[in-house]
Unconditional design. Structure first.
Lengths: 318, 101, 380
């Protein structure tokens, strides 16, 4: 079922006729191209793309994007549909931070954004649909950004099914293990990422990383192609065992303090975008955060302007 | 019943008539099928009335419509003229045409 | 002259008179029993192609144009197409779920398109039942509110419903509800299979008792209406209209489903009507999903006059008449549809179980109607 008494004005910022928001995965496709994306929780399948959209997606996601194969059957499928620019309002993004509109329901999530309408449904298994007016052809076309914004949400829900979370974080590899620095915008993730990269470490992403349980009872960090300013966007990377889960703070000097399981769970919850506001899956999200926090070594890392963060990390034990 | 009584006052060969805005019609084998949308009513017109309906664009007087029809129907002019006025009156009474001011 | 005779002529002489156009399969509701084939694919028609198509229809003499879907208002060019339809003089019907018909969109529909009729669907007398079908919570209350707004704007509206196992228990309440809104109500007692052949919608087919109850309610309401007419109540002004003189240039009918006089075919599918899907595929009617051409490849005039498939369809509708006539007087009670037959079992001439059941139940309803009085069944 779709949104019950949808939040006042759902889609009103973006859509010319919010009442016409699609309630089922149907419409007229852009084309007949199909692609698969090898992201954590994948493969993610997309069908109904135009040739231009497919080319734009291949360009954006590089080796993470490929033609579908026989074994992809159980992947999460998104169908793309064409709508006209007149379905959308002209949006001036100056002066405010662009955020998607969500309408959460027991068996579906509706999403509205700039030139974007999408839904994620749990009729039998997770599936999705995206309606956009961007055909991927023109220079400056918004399609890559639209598709990425949408894919971020789908991946978040798919990983939740797998017992994991997409987390606002900087993910940095040191000595074969991944450190996850949790923090919302402005916490210092990108600064830390740049600094780490200059010092020769691999940055997975300075924006979003995937945290999942592994078979042995520990945790692993998987790279997502969703970055801010730092991190590879078009190539795969192996998963890394989680070394430390760290709440990032600014401080007068560097320090590493313990973080309780509850504190770590709260931090994961706060940094899990899209799903953490879904009241219909709240229990699942909280339980997942608690499970992940329970399996992690966690701490609070205060970072000063003086540098030497990695010495602090290596030298200290939370 | 005189032609005047059928048509009502005000309709003669100088009258200009046009189709009411809420009617829709098509001609099927010479007969016009007309829908009066407001009344949800369907009417079927004979050949003469159908042609009258097609020609009544509000600009030409009935005499001109009769002259146009003269070329199509082998009828004595005075008979056709009377038929046209009578027919026009019926179409006005039926709500298909209106007198142009 | 009579409308029935004109209709018969269109059937006999293959004069295209009615066209139903599915503009899009996008929909803002998600009705469980929807017949759309959501797996259908192809290249949508452009606005210019629709304009040319509509012009061709007008040239061919088409009077009735129905825009449907999915939800036709969800098509990006709906208002432009509606304006064009108005300009070309069609009697335009819009089949909408009504969910978005409020505010600016409703106002623009009235001012710019001014359709002959907006047909909306009601699935129950309660929110629980209606929303169960649409699978959009709040859709019932929204529809009622929008109907009120549509009437205030002067839109002409008719309410349709399909009888299902879910709503058959509240059919009287549905009639009462629509009557309280001052609108016409038409109920179809049959759920059809999906256009892709899936019989899933049939899982909510009404029961025998439900269909009999519907027939009884329809008879009762029809009787009440006729009595009201006769006694000067609602509709009396129509009944009392003075008869036209015998020399009248005008024959009268009504938009009540008048049937052709002495037809040689079972129906007008492919003879006087067509349906078109969002990808330009042309079908004999909305129910008969055998494509007879595609508007990307040929104009409707070329298809209408040159399609071998249409010739076949026309021959089949003549044979369908013989099949139905084989049932004698009861044949009409089958409400047989060759398109439904083709979708259900592949053979457009095979009388399918729902039709047989309909005939049996209609006969039963006739037997149990007021003594000596034939129960009048609506033509669907």
């Amino acid at each position: 079922m779709n949104g019950e008494a949808a939040p006042p004005g759902f889609g009103a910022r973006f859509l010319a006729f919010p009442d016409l928001f699609p309630a089922r995965r149907a419409g007229e496709s852009w084309g007949d191209r199909r692609l698969a994306f090898d992201l954590p929780g994948g493969p993610y399948l997309a069908a109904g793309l135009s040739a231009a959209q497919a080319a734009a997606a291949e360009e954006r996601f590089g080796e993470l994007c490929r033609p579908p194969r026989a074994g992809d059957g159980d992947g999460v499928e998104t169908r793309l549909f064409a709508v006209a620019p007149s379905d959308f309002l002209a949006v001036d993004t100056r002066g405010w931070e662009y955020a998607l509109d969500f309408d959460y329901a027991p068996a579906a999530v509706r999403i509205a954004g700039i030139r974007l309408m999408a839904r994620i449904d749990w009729a039998r298994s997770l599936s999705a649909a995206l309606w956009t007016s961007e055909d991927g052809g023109a220079a400056g076309d918004l399609f890559p950004g639209i598709f990425e914004n949408f894919l971020r949400v789908v991946v978040a829900y798919r990983l939740l099914e797998a017992g994991g979370l997409v987390v606002h974080s900087a993910g940095v590899v040191d000595a074969g293990a991944a450190y996850l620095f949790l923090g919302r915008s402005g916490a210092g993730k990108t600064t830390l990422s740049r600094m780490s990269e200059r010092a020769g470490r691999t940055v997975l992403s300075d924006d979003l990383n995937a945290l999942l349980p592994d078979a042995a009872g520990g945790l692993r960090v998987e790279k997502l192609p969703f970055t801010g300013d730092v991190g590879e966007r078009r190539k795969a990377a192996p998963p890394f065992p989680l070394a430390l889960l760290l709440r990032l703070e600014k401080g007068a000097e560097n320090s590493l303090q313990p973080l309780s399981k509850a504190g770590a769970a709260a931090q994961l919850l706060a940094c899990a975008p899209f799903v953490n506001r879904d009241t219909h899956r709240r229990e699942l999200v909280e339980a997942t955060a608690a499970e992940l926090a329970g399996a992690a070594r966690a701490g609070v890392l205060a970072v000063s302007l003086c540098g030497g963060v990695w010495d602090t990390l290596r030298g200290g034990t939370p | 019943m005189s032609a005047h009584e059928i048509t009502g006052p005000g309709i003669d060969s100088t009258t200009r008539l046009r189709r009411q805005s809420d009617i829709r019609f098509r001609v099927v084998d010479g007969e016009a099928v007309v829908v009066r949308q407001g009344a949800a009513e369907v009417l079927v017109l004979n050949e003469t009335a159908s042609r009258l309906l097609e020609l009544a664009d509000g600009t030409s007087p009935l005499s001109a419509l009769a002259a146009a029809l003269q070329a199509e129907f082998e009828v004595a002019p005075e008979v056709l003229a009377a038929d046209v006025v009578a027919g026009a009156g019926e179409l006005v009474a039926a709500g298909l045409l209106e007198v142009v001011g | 002259m009579s409308f029935g005779r004109v209709l018969a002529k269109t059937w006999e002489d293959n004069l295209l008179f009615s066209a139903l156009v599915e503009l899009t399969y996008r929909c803002n509701l998600d009705c469980f029993f929807c017949y759309n084939d959501l797996g259908a694919a192809g290249k949508p028609l452009s606005r210019e192609q629709y304009f040319a198509f509509f012009a061709d229809l007008a040239d061919l003499g088409v009077l009735n144009l129905t825009l449907t879907g999915g939800e036709p208002l969800a098509h990006p060019d709906f208002l432009a197409l509606g304006r064009k339809a108005r300009e070309l003089g069609f009697v335009l019907r819009v089949k909408s779920n009504g969910h978005a018909l409020r505010g600016e969109l409703a106002r623009r529909l009235r001012e710019e398109v001014d359709p002959f009729l907006v047909e909306v669907s009601l699935h129950g007398a309660t929110a629980a039942t209606h929303d169960r079908q649409t699978r959009v919570p709040g859709s019932f209350e929204r529809l009622l509110a929008n109907l009120e707004e549509m009437r205030r704007l002067g839109l002409r509206v008719k309410v349709n419903s399909t009888l299902t196992a879910w709503n058959e228990g509240e059919i009287e309440a549905m009639f009462d509800l629509v009557e309280s809104l001052g609108l016409n109500f038409q109920v179809d007692p049959e759920v059809t299979a999906r256009d892709d052949g899936s019989r899933e919608p049939l899982s909510v087919a009404p029961t025998r008792e439900g269909i009999l109850r519907l027939f009884a309610v329809q008879e009762e309401r029809g009787r009440r209406w006729r009595e009201a007419q006769a006694s000067g109540g609602v509709g009396a002004e129509l009944a009392a209209a003075p008869a036209l003189s015998s020399g009248s240039a005008i024959g009268k009918g009504a938009d009540d489903g008048t049937m052709p006089v002495a037809p040689q075919k079972h129906c007008g599918a492919g003879s006087s009507g067509i349906a078109v899907d969002p990808y330009g595929n042309v079908y004999p009617c909305v129910q008969w999903r055998r494509p007879v051409g595609n508007l990307h490849e040929r104009s409707i005039r070329e298809i209408w006059t040159g399609s071998n498939d249409l010739d076949d369809i026309r021959a089949l509708t003549a044979r369908a008449k013989q099949v139905v006539d084989g049932y004698g007087e009861a044949g009409a009670l089958l409400n047989f549809c060759p398109g439904s037959a083709a979708t259900f079992g592949g053979d457009p001439l095979a009388v399918y179980p729902q039709a047989l059941r309909r005939m049996e139940l209609a006969q039963e309803a006739q037997r149990s109607g007021p003594a000596g009085k034939k129960v009048l069944l609506p033509i669907v």
